[in-house]
Ligand binder design. Sequence first.
Ligand code: AMP
Length: 405
Amino acid sequence: MNGPVLVINSGSSSIKYQLIDPDGGEAIASGLVERIGEPDGVIGHRQGGIDSEHRGPIADHAEGLRLAFAMFAEAGMDLTTAGIAAVGHRVVHGGEVFYRPTRITADVIAEISRLSALAPLHNPANVVGIESAMRVFPDVPHVAVFDTAFFHTLPAEARTYAIDAQVAAAHGVRRYGFHGTSHEYVSGRVAEVLGRDNAELNQIVLHLGNGASASAIAGGRAMDTSMGLTPLEGLVMGTRSGDIDPGIVMHLRRSADLDVDAIDDLLNRGSGLKGLCGVNDFRELRRLIADGDEAARLAYDVYIHRLRKYIGAYLVTLGRVDTITFTAGVGENAVEVRADALAGLESLGIEIDLERNVAKDRSARVISTDSSRVTVLVVPTNEELAIARAARSFAPDGAVEQGQR
Ligand code: AMP
């Protein structure tokens, strides 16, 4: 079936959606349902280049989807007769069970729910989104695409934490990695853009958005990544701390009398750039720095320091690196982050071309000099398209016939 695919990314109080043509890659419509369960709900919808908005209370995810679908109809498209081939759902944690796109059944939903212990902020919201969408579209395949899947192949030494092995095994404690759909898509695009065989490339991918992660990829196989058991580990993010001494958790528990939920909240929502200087958006951060705000300056310096640490680690992990690629909101837009992350690394064969770096160009492109041994790129990520393509393969005459798991 050649119809479009509806991609749904359901968060705890929001739903991002996109109706996408998996062949051409363009978004036919997209939108964001926000503040579900609060009195001031809002839906922003874009279709055919025209924006529309709905304001008012949105009781739950099912109502959010119903209202969003009504906005499709108002803009001239009845989704129930639009020939939708499949619905693709972004699911954050696939644990050890799910490592490829999976057709959703009652058993799969139960398993995703069971994995909520590993992703309490994300998996329950994903399940609510799946169940709501399955009620609206009972007759098309619903497919879960897992954020952890690409990192399923991490070598044992990269995925293992040095803690008591029995405790780790009993509780599923290992490094899973996240943003996998983006790392896989972007590294594949790098090979396309350079006209090279992905199997021959050693790549570092830096996904720098509100959440941020780095990966080391050899010939298409993920060798290491900065996020771990949860998306909290690794780089400094908008509101997450990234790496900290785990002793800080015990110290705060004992000295600040914070319980586990309060520490969880502190590290996930009140840390990172926001914790350091009060803002998590890079555009605001740059404005504060320009105004001489010292906390903002320090936040930026900590961010860059951590990023450089991971780049250094992955240069050694891979031994030979062919490409370093920036993607996601910060990586695609913040020219100074790219320049500062790779400044002074000429002796390692990394030379950014400062003019190419600042060029106003939204397409995938090279920003290193012609003589740079390592090719540096900016590649826009498109997780929705990757999810749409994976989901479409499950449609009745989809490209690939895949198993349940
Ligand atoms: P993402 O999670 O990939 O959607 O990225 C969101 C983040 O990208 C925002 O919080 C901003 O910090 C950053 N961002 C988006 N646009 C720009 C821009 N034009 N310049 C700098 N940072 C940006």
